[in-house]
Design a protein around this ligand. Sequence first.
Ligand code: ZN
Length: 231
Amino acid sequence: MKAFFTAALTAVAVSLTVVTVPAGQADTSAAQMARAPVGTALEAVPVAYAGTVYLTFDDGPHPTWTPKVVSILRKYGVRAVFFELGQNISWYPSVTRSVRANGNLIGNHTWNHPNLTYLSNYWVNWQLNKMEGALGYRPRCVRPPYGATSSRVASIIASRGQRQILWTVDPRDWSRPGTWSIVSRVLANVRGGSRILLHDGGGDRSQTVAALDLLIPRLRARGFVVGLMAC
Ligand SMILES: [Zn+2]
């Protein structure tokens, strides 16, 4: 029965390709179809490649929400960058280990989330170093809390050999606007190269978790590939 269902799905997908793909895009679409995992009906429909987008999660690790996020990423075979707080790593080191063990990357989001533009050079470095002491190594990417940066903060980060990574799509999931609001805000603003900001810490993230499970297949249905930033 399962074999029959898979065969039927494939037949539908192939016939859709023949009917809907304009000449000239057939190669791209066929390549996409070959790569696309057949997990849900949403993913079974072949679409042309629309670009690569990147998921990022801030303010963890959190013992409740981070494992749920990691589990959903694993379900879809997707990886992400987690911009973690050193203080949270010191409280929940095993959660951070699990994030990494699943192929995700950790970025530096400071020790305890200050606005770096208000701090002297000494304290900016202290915040970043203290986080890296908890993590055990220096990540390649730094995300200043609140996205608050300046030419001075950016040059400190660069002088440490690190990249400053902000975001381009912010559905304000931390304000708990509703699961579908998070999904629709991302889909309304996403395009190739987007860096999507979500949160796995800092409060009740149940809406973010639910939204993520809806979002990944919908991004793929629109032709986006969910990639991993080089952090
Ligand atoms: Zn943050």
